[in-house]
Design a protein around this ligand. Sequence first.
Ligand code: FES
Length: 105
Amino acid sequence: MNRIHQHPILKFERGREVKFTFDGREMTGYEGETIAAALTANGVRDFRESIKLQHPRGFFCAIGRCANCSMVVDGVPNTKVCVIPLKGNMKIERQHGRGAVRERS
Ligand code: FES
């Protein structure tokens, strides 16, 4: 896992450990940390593909401004995972292109 456990000046208060899936693979993270942090801790670096050239994109600004981290979360495309807290049983998928817009029922 790529996670900081001790730091000389910061304290990490973590929620309970939860399971989630990324592209069908089961992973674990801590409730309340961002989805991007949980994915990074599990070794995921490519969050989506660029729209024109399908180049891999990882998270960049980490404050919800650039959209580099847009993923499909529980079926919702274009979710900026750098600012969305992780919850148990979330289904997270890498986004290809613009993401599909869901029809209203
Ligand atoms: S990394 Fe920039 S919006 Fe998430």
